[in-house]
Design a protein around this ligand. Structure first.
Ligand code: SF4
Ligand code: SF4
Length: 129
């Protein structure tokens, strides 16, 4: 799904549609962040707070979305039935689909790719590209 990242409010609506989440349901209790094992900064609740403020670009470019391990603890703990894990996964997908990659695949060289473990390359690209 291509998302209009130029317009913060439209992008947030598209993120809600893509994930099935209602961001405004979050009342910022912080239970998700309190249970998160990933020491994320911004934390899951702060990422949602940014989205509630309409700051989509800031949220989607936050380095901490790549620290999320998708353990679902936050989603289990939420008293409002919000899934921060789903929202963060949505932000990752949007980032990968819409943003300029930070690494040019062609610059890695055939020798590096030939001797790298396939899974390591795939995981690395999920995190850093
Ligand atoms: S636990 Fe749910 S309601 Fe509380 S801050 Fe996290 S997402 Fe918002
Ligand atoms: S899914 Fe991600 S944000 Fe949620 S508790 Fe696990 S590591 Fe933290």
């Amino acid at each position: 799904m291509q998302i209009n990242t130029e317009n913060n409010q439209a992008a947030i609506r598209d993120l809600e549609i893509a994930t099935g989440e209602t961001i405004s349901d979050c009342y910022q209790c912080g239970k998700c962040t309190a249970g998160c094992p990933a020491s994320m900064d911004p934390s899951p609740s702060l990422l949602i707070h940014l989205l509630k403020l309409g700051l989509f670009t800031k949220a989607v470019n936050s380095a901490s979305i790549w620290d999320c391990m998708a353990c679902l603890t936050c989603s289990e703990r939420c008293p409002k039935n919000v899934s921060p894990a789903a929202i963060i996964e949505g932000l990752k997908r949007i980032h990968l689909n819409n943003m300029e990659p930070e690494i040019n695949l062609n610059s890695l060289g055939q020798e590096f790719l030939a001797h790298s473990t396939q899974q390591a390359v795939v995981s690395g690209f999920r995190k850093f590209v």
